[in-house]
Design a protein around this ligand. Sequence first.
Ligand code: NAD
Length: 480
Amino acid sequence: MQHIKNYINGQLIEPVSKTYLDNYNPSNGKVYSYIPDSDGKDVDLAYAAANAAFKEWSTTPKDKRSYYLLKIASLIQKNLDKLALAESIDNGKPVKLAKSIDIPRAAANFHFYGTGILHYSSHAHDMEGSAINYTLRQPVGVAGCISPWNLPLYLFSWKIAPALAAGCTVVAKPSEITPMTAYLLSEICIEAGLPAGVLNIVHGLGGKVGNAIVSHKDIPLISFTGGTVTGKHIASIAAPMFKKMSLELGGKNPNIIFADCDYDKMLTTTINSSFSNQGQICLCGSRIFVERSIYEKFKKDFVAKTKTLIVGDPQNDKTRIGAIVSKSHQEKILSYIELAKTEGGTILCGGKKHSAPGELSEGYYLEPTIIEGLKYDCRTNQEEIFGPVVTITPFDTEEEALMMANSTIYGLASIVWTENLTRAHRMANAIHAGIVWINCWLLRDLRTPFGGVKASGVGREGGFEALDFFTEPKNVCIKL
Ligand code: NAD
């Protein structure tokens, strides 16, 4: 069975401890490879390599840095099938989804920052002939990048690409639950000829490797995507050390459907925004609020359409709902369905494990689940479940929809369906979220700021915001 390796100083190496963790295939519940059980010693090696590489990389001309990023982008594209299959096996997601979203978007991230850095500029402030200020944007140093399991390569690249483009060197940690495509990326970086030490990938547990990165005294910047509880813990360590931090955390996003929407478009997209990637996308709209006049029709059509979604083998192109990422996450989601029942919810469809046949019988499958009859402020409607589970709730007025939408501690994304332009603007203005999608979902322009408010995070990724994050502004004032 394959042993994944750490990527440190340009080499694929064993963890210092020489010990490994089991890596499960969620589609059949079997161990299929081993992950380095790295610790602080491996992070120290990675830091030393990144630090040694920093001087040269940070002064490498932008077009040379761009060259490497574009080469990595094209190698990701070239290996699309291999990477998509690896992502699907590691994560449980349908291979079709990995092939159409995860891997192309990972390549796009490298491509975007490979070209974006060439257009990045800083400011000058002229003091009417008496002095001139210009602002340098200098790479911060060795960046610590930590990512989650739901969109493994895609979110990993969303951090690494801007960090490298900006001239930082990197110590990165993918999720221990889905390490495979980060490992394959290290092979790609070697093939691309990326100089040794510029990118270092250390595999292992959050409490060991992640913690060692966050608390490392010489890593001045942490870019983290993951759960809100972990983000809070990371902030408690990094903030007193005055580290620069970007935290992309959990969500409990509202999907607000007005009666005047384009109904068919809304229904099709709402299926995706509810259940794509088994509902394990931080941007999924898990609380669906529907204007009362179309509530019953929506309920009937939404339930009927959800029941047609094929659950099971992620390798089958017809599958829409693959496996949940791990057994423990499957159990967590099931416990929320039980909670919903005790809170007075009615399960309209799904609500239980799905049994796949034969080889896949031990896989972690769940039926897509729709719940109604819950109060907007109950735990099921306030806490992030992060699975194929949505609630539907009727509303009578725009004010009521807005109040319920804004009632959680989170503020990541939101979706509004209406053909009334004035109302769309009004809602976009009033919703507490970093992202508002009107009549669409998951539409992405890489130049736009990405991130959340409240407990959904601090800071923004995307576009030049990410390059700002990975660089430090230094103002130079010259008296004329
Ligand atoms: P998680 O917080 O458990 O883990 C995320 C990463 O942090 C992993 O690599 C993990 O090993 C590491 N980690 C865990 N403990 C750590 C510690 N003490 N110190 C340092 N690192 C540590 O999250 P997850 O379960 O992998 O991902 C799901 C969560 O991520 C959900 O809450 C989801 O909403 C969120 N998410 C947010 C976004 C966003 O852009 N806002 C995107 C995707 C996922």
